[in-house]
Design a protein around this ligand. Structure first.
Ligand code: PMV
Length: 298
């Protein structure tokens, strides 16, 4: 069975596309996939009821991504891959990357290909490029490798260690957005006003550096404050929505140590940091439909 995790970017999204560091976690929810020999190549995605054939020139990015994935295995039988997606799409949890990782992992399994999860992540970047154009690589890497880690484009992933688990509560705004469009919007802002946007990136990089220390020291009160500050900077880049902002405020008022939007923004998800497991369950109920708890061990 192939598996690709969902991911939550704790700090540093968007800035990471432009070379800054980001911290992300892999979560238990994700995508599972199974590959079996078949008469022709087919990818089924449930619960969406979607079936696609590979097509390098297809209109649907899934057709093109599937063709790119299959082309990595030059001599092979035709394969039918059944994937089950347990993540909202377009919601900032790295759904497309998790599908890519799960599909490649399933094909590896069916063909007896053995490789490390890091090599699997590298292969999945080609899949991710079909969807995002200019991905930083954080989604496919965290999806394949998991844990809590500091990521910078071009550098080896740096796993962070702590003896204190992170009690995260993830809330879904119900609004979906396109990562490609949101990344392009920040790119345009950078072109039009480099001074302002580079200052925002520098601020984010500083928050990431401090968060690295806070995670390793188990200082979740400080970490929560850093999340709040990162949220404010992302808001200044016009990535936040009223709904996401309200959800973060609700979580803070209900006792979260900090809260921020996560991923591309313009909709999608936010998360809150709870001081303890039972408080995380309470915050989940406060955040309403679609919210769930992710306990992450560094
Ligand atoms: O919203 P998601 O899960 O696609 O996350 C995107 C993260 C960005 O930093 C906005 C883009 C990237 O490639 O790193």
């Amino acid at each position: 069975m192939g598996f690709g995790r969902g991911k939550v970017i704790l700090l540093g999204e968007h800035a990471v596309v432009h070379g800054c560091a980001a911290i992300a976690v892999g979560i238990e929810r994700g995508v599972t996939a199974q590959a079996t020999a078949a008469e022709h190549d087919l990818l089924r995605l449930s619960p969406w009821g979607l079936s696609v054939r590979p097509d390098p020139k297809g209109d649907d990015p899934l057709e093109r991504a599937f063709a790119v994935a299959l082309a990595m295995y030059p001599s092979r039988p035709s394969l039918e891959i059944s994937a089950t997606v347990d993540l909202p799409a377009g919601a900032g949890l790295g759904c497309s990357a998790a599908i890519g990782v799960a599909v490649l992992d399933a094909i590896d399994g069916a063909l007896g290909v053995e490789r490390s999860r890091t090599d699997l992540a590298t292969a999945a970047l080609a899949w991710e490029r079909i969807f995002h154009g200019n991905p930083s690589g954080i989604d496919n890497t965290m999806s394949a490798v998991g844990g809590v880690a500091l990521y910078r484009k071009g550098d080896a992933l740096r796993p962070l260690r702590s003896n204190k688990p992170l009690h995260l509560v993830i809330g879904y705004s119900g609004e979906s957005s396109s990562t490609k469009d949101m990344v392009a919007s920040v790119g345009r802002q950078l072109d039009n006003d480099p001074e302002r946007v580079n200052k925002a990136f520098e601020g984010i990089e500083m928050l990431v550096r401090n968060a690295e220390l806070a995670i390793e020291a188990g200082n979740h009160v400080a970490l929560g404050q850093l999340f709040d500050l990162n949220h404010t900077i992302l808001d200044s880049l016009m990535l936040c929505t009223t709904k996401l902002d309200e959800m973060c405020q609700t979580a803070r008022t209900a006792g979260a140590l900090g809260a921020k939007m996560t991923g591309a923004g313009g909709g999608g998800c936010m998360f809150a940091l709870a001081p303890k497991h039972d408080e995380a369950l309470r915050l989940r109920d406060v955040l309403g439909e679609g919210a769930f708890v992710a306990e992450v061990n560094a």
